[in-house]
Design a protein around this ligand. Structure first.
Ligand code: DOR
Ligand code: ZN
Length: 346
């Protein structure tokens, strides 16, 4: 039986939600990861340091006993975020990034940014304070086809932004296209990208062939196979600009299986196992440790973890669903399917 021991990984992009849902999903992440960057798209969004610290306290209170999991908090950028808020965030020691949602791009993004030129002063302060900008990289222009929104974002927003503020650290979140992978690999700015397990393992056929599969709907939407292949090449390339970020995003079943279903795929239940299976299929298991446990910490300027986890090559069945308590149930990725790697102590 093959075994793999890695430094304990970190998840550089995670949705935990709040309340009963958070309490239900948090143990999955805390069993696997040492730290995670916690997305601020609650309703209402986490726009101030005070709100982020209160949210952090709720996460810590919901952790299973004995867990050392460390939530790394973020702020939600709006057109009225003040530069002073950035300084407060940095001084808190607990806020590690500021999230840019183009208004209307995705779940709870209505309070996001309509015109990036209204945020220059804040972005300049972030560059000075060495606080990374985390980007949902899609334009919302209704003229732009949903499959092209990431590619067009690079030309219209991201490339000019890096040129204007080359010192600003930017994480291009959950990249989905060959163009995004190429851009991040070659850009001269201070940029990196997270890649999800679902974009590495599925193309858009998984969402649309043989019926519509709402549990495979996420944003940015799954793309064609050639893009998936480019993401696998990037993740397994050994480039320090690509690292793990699950974008695990729980929605209750009824909100996904609906006339207007929500975007988001739940992967926290098997996150590191999904990446391990994919890296093995790509014959790149030797590249997993840096992708999952090294490059992200380096980019964020945080120490690497010293604890380890062990994965065992042994099949297990993923449950059909997980309870969200009063919030209903979430259908996990690969529900009812077998996964070929398991965590040795779960
Ligand atoms: O699929 C997604 N779900 N993409 C996002 O950008 C947001 C997330 C969510 O919060 O549900
Ligand atoms: Zn996300």
């Amino acid at each position: 039986m093959q075994q793999l021991t890695l430094p304990r990984p970190d998840d550089w992009h995670l949705h935990l939600r709040d309340g009963a849902t958070m309490a239900a999903v948090l143990p999955h992440t805390a069993q696997r990861f040492a730290r995670a960057i916690i997305m601020p798209n609650l309703n209402p969004p986490v726009t101030t340091t005070r709100q982020a610290l209160a949210y952090r306290d709720r996460i810590l209170a919901a952790l299973p006993q004995g867990s050392n999991f460390n939530p790394l908090m973020t702020l939600y950028l709006t057109e009225s975020t003040a530069p002073e808020e950035i300084i407060r965030a940095r001084q808190s020691g607990h806020i590690h990034g500021v999230k840019l949602y183009p208004a209307g791009a995705t779940t709870h993004s209505d309070a996001g940014v309509r015109d990036i030129s209204n945020t220059w002063a804040v972005l300049e302060t972030m560059a000075e304070q060495n606080l990374p900008l985390l980007v949902h990289g899609e334009v919302t222009d209704p003229q732009v086809d949903v499959f092209d929104r990431e590619r067009i974002f690079i030309d219209r927003i991201l490339a000019p932004l890096l040129e204007r503020l080359p010192e600003l650290k930017v994480v291009f979140e959950h990249i989905t296209t060959r163009e995004a992978a190429d851009f991040v690999r070659e850009a001269s700015g201070n940029i990196a990208a997270t890649i999800t397990a679902h974009h590495l393992t599925m193309n858009r056929n998984a969402m649309l062939v043989g019926g519509i599969h709402p549990h495979h709907y996420c944003l940015p939407v799954l793309k064609r196979e050639s893009h998936r292949e480019a993401l696998v090449a990037a993740a397994t390339s050994g480039s320090p600009r690509f690292f793990l970020g699950t974008d695990s995003a729980p929605h209750p079943r009824h909100a996904k299986e609906s006339g207007c279903g929500c975007a988001g795929i739940y992967t926290a239940h098997a996150a590191i196992e999904l990446y391990t299976e994919l890296f093995e299929q790509a014959r790149a298991l030797d590249k997993l440790a840096e992708f999952a446990s090294g490059f992200g910490a380096d980019f964020y300027g945080l120490p690497r973890n010293t604890e380890t986890i062990t994965l065992v090559e042994e099949s297990w069945n993923i449950p059909q669903q997980y309870s969200l308590g009063a919030g209903g149930a979430v259908i996990p990725l690969r529900a009812g399917d077998q996964l070929s790697w398991r965590l040795s102590d779960v």
